[in-house]
Write a protein that binds this ligand. Structure first.
Ligand code: ATP
Ligand code: MG
Length: 263
């Protein structure tokens, strides 16, 4: 399937996404000038250069154009060093671009302060990585509840929501465990529960199946598909062609650009 990563999602595609998500169609609009839908993520001409003391600057992102609609499941693939993680960190508001614009839900975020970026991360973006980054000294409920601490939510409510998130990822029978007492797949489920406990609209993943055997990786993908059907927007970096082909849209990066977009 040929994909133009730079275009906004066409209304026909929006319908397809809605159907896939089993969402009801919106009522017909009688507005003669309907506003185009705002994509959840809109990146334009994004550049990022790493500058290390004593060495030449390394231009890593060289004009990335990417729109992601609400409810999309997008996979990002490309050779090692092509800038996937760098781009995902910008999408996830962990890093800022040097140039270009990044609108998240219609708001320009590329020049926000550290505090403002961390508020967006805490409430609106969930992260999963190749390594699960769970805290071994804490039980799974406390691990999952941790992001809610920074949102000022009471202890009993944090616990209630963490248990709900763990049940959602199929770990309702492991509530008394520590991360070291879980299998790799269960640890990634726990990390996904932690990513979703604040109910963000966006989940970003950098190789979330990269440290799992193929069967366990497929189960994690099945979970991500289920969450996507529930309305979650997902942007996933992967080296695995099988994982990439399962996404709704596959975008390829090469030399710091989205493949297929103009120089
Ligand atoms: N913090 C940094 N400081 C300096 N250079 C960096 C930094 N992070 C990444 N780079 C360089 O930027 C380039 C792109 O790195 P990035 O991690 O985005 O690639 P990637 O596509 O995710 O690769 P991989 O598939 O191997 O994970 C690489 O050449 C890397 O060496
Ligand atoms: Mg990477």
């Amino acid at each position: 399937m040929h994909v133009d990563a730079s275009r906004p999602i066409a209304p026909a595609d929006q319908d397809a996404i809605r159907k896939r998500n089993d969402e009801p169609s919106p009522p017909a609009s009688h507005d003669p000038n309907p506003k185009p839908r705002v994509p959840l993520l809109a990146l334009r001409s994004i550049t990022r250069t790493y500058r290390l003391p004593g060495s030449e600057p390394v231009p890593v992102l060289r004009g990335v154009e990417l729109h992601v609609g609400a409810g999309e499941f997008l996979a990002l693939m490309g050779p090692s060093g092509s800038g996937k993680t760098t781009l995902l960190q910008i999408i996830g508001c962990l890093d800022r671009p040097d140039g270009g614009s990044y609108h998240f839900s219609g708001d320009e975020v590329s020049a926000l302060s550290d505090d403002a970026l961390s508020r967006i991360r805490g409430a609106r973006i969930g992260f999963v990585f190749q390594f699960f980054n769970l805290i071994p000294q804490m039980g799974v409920i406390d691990n999952v509840a941790l992001p809610l601490l920074y949102l000022g939510i009471s202890s009993s409510e944090r616990r209630r929501r963490a248990i709900h998130a763990l049940e959602r990822v199929g770990l309702g029978h492991r509530l008394g465990h520590r991360p070291t007492q879980l299998s790799g797949g269960e640890q990634q489920r726990c990390a996904i529960a932690r990513a979703l406990v604040a109910e963000p609209p966006l989940l970003v993943g950098d190789e979330p199946t990269g440290n799992l055997d193929s069967k366990t990786g497929a189960q994690i993908m099945e979970l991500l598909h289920e969450l996507h059907r529930g309305g979650l927007t997902i942007v996933l970096v992967t080296h695995d062609a099988e994982v990439g082909s399962q996404a709704q849209r596959l975008v390829k990066m090469r030399d710091g650009r989205i493949d297929g977009t103009a120089e």
